[in-house]
Design a protein. Structure first.
Length: 406
């Protein structure tokens, strides 16, 4: 039997890499203080192989001046991750947009949903009360059930979906710690807005599909406050907006077209179909650009939840880079052993099925995860209400009564 794996020790100042552990002790969940069993040998071997590759890369990269700075400064490293991820997303959007639209959800979709739930509900920077979690999740579970019914041949009622999403936001506000009068006022206002959105269900679904990619950027920037100099994050925002501006300008479209970037795929995945879906009724030129902007923003959305948020100072306190083993052990701490295997199974099953039916698998995945945009909005509503509560001025302390002299 494989011996239990010891927790990874803190790196020494001379080297960013930990030395071998001196003893073997079971891994303990800091939330429950219950010892975990060691990882299965096959998984442990795979993690050791991946960590060996990562360690070799950092040992080479740390010889460079930039590498030395990034390995010692988490904030700079996260910003570098952001710029690199956005650069790759921009290049792929310009020259292989259909492949990015097809493969991105298959490979990264399920992991990003897991990260969404993990960092918004299971281990957010400030704890979300259990009744708030249920107030958000129950309407979204009903929404997902409606989507499953649609996949099974039942009639799809988009207004009911908007009602479920609105109910999740209302539940997030109602279960917040904000002042009662503030909550009542917000609930009335949001209920009126919900009725307006329910009357325009298809437009609401389309707008949410585009705008929820921006929501992740806002959440990450909000969580990054106080983690390094703000000009670094301002530079990321400028790069992000500049990339969107480049795609909107169409400046590189002739070059991309000459390289076959907009040619339909052999499996039936068509650019015109994506234009009709994401930009219905828009002129073809601007429809193409809207699809390209969506493709880029979706890829950045995945990068934020899978790379930037997990390395945020709220969730990862170490200065040096993490390891694959530590990431898996942290995932097990949050989801438990059974939950970890379900996560791994889901992350592998979607791309495996996609090998045989890529387009249908992608469409099924996107149908089932419609709830997560509403989840992000509900989380923001809950956090903002709690912030309004915490920003209330404390009651004035009573001054002592002066003692009169005789």
């Amino acid at each position: 039997m494989m011996p239990p794996i010891a927790p990874l020790p803190t790196p020494s100042p001379q080297s960013p890499y930990p030395s071998p552990p001196s003893s073997h002790t079971p891994i303990e969940d800091p939330h429950t203080s219950e010892a975990f069993s060691p990882l299965p040998p096959a998984l442990s071997l795979a993690l050791s192989f991946l960590d060996g590759i990562r360690r070799a890369f950092w040992r080479w990269f740390v010889r460079l001046r930039l590498g030395g700075m990034l390995i010692a400064d988490r904030s700079a490293r996260v910003v570098a991750y952001a710029i690199f991820g956005m650069s790759v997303a921009l290049l792929c959007t310009l020259f292989v947009p259909l492949w990015l639209l097809l493969i991105g959800p298959l490979l990264l979709g399920t992991p990003h949903i897991v990260s969404d739930i993990r960092y918004l509900l299971i281990r957010p920077p400030k704890k979300v009360e259990r009744w708030a979690v249920w107030g958000i999740l129950l309407p979204l579970a009903l929404m997902t059930a409606l989507r499953i019914g649609m996949m099974g041949g039942l009639l799809f009622w988009p207004a009911a979906e908007i009602a479920c999403g609105s109910a999740a936001i209302l539940g997030a506000v109602a279960t917040s710690r904000a002042d009662l009068r503030l909550r009542m006022g917000l609930l009335v206002f949001l209920a009126v807005c919900s009725m307006w959105l329910i009357g325009r269900p298809w437009q609401t679904i389309l707008a949410l599909g585009h705008l929820h990619n921006l929501v992740a950027v806002g959440i990450w920037l909000w969580w990054s406050r106080g983690d390094g100099p703000w000009p670094r994050y301002a530079g990321v925002v400028v790069f992000y907006l500049g990339a969107i501006g480049l795609l909107a300008s169409g400046w590189l479209e002739p070059l991309a077209a000459s390289m076959g970037a907009y040619r339909d795929l052999s499996n039936g995945f068509e650019l015109n179909g994506m234009v009709r879906l994401l930009a219905p009724g828009v002129e073809p030129v601007w429809g193409l650009r809207i699809v390209l902007i969506y493709t880029f923003a979706q890829s950045v959305h995945y990068s934020i939840w899978l790379r930037l948020v997990p390395n945020n100072h709220h969730f990862y306190a170490r200065k040096g880079p993490s390891t694959f083993r530590r990431n898996i052990e942290s995932l097990r701490e949050d989801f438990g052993s059974l939950g970890l295997w379900l996560v791994i199974l889901g992350c592998l099953a979607v791309p495996f099925i996609g090998l045989f039916q890529a387009v249908h698998t992608r469409n099924a995945y996107l149908t089932l995860i419609a709830f997560h945009g509403w989840l992000e909005l509900a989380f923001i509503a809950h956090v903002l209400c709690n912030a309004a509560r915490s920003s209330d001025p404390p009651p004035a302390a009573s001054l002592p009564t002066p003692i009169k002299s005789a």
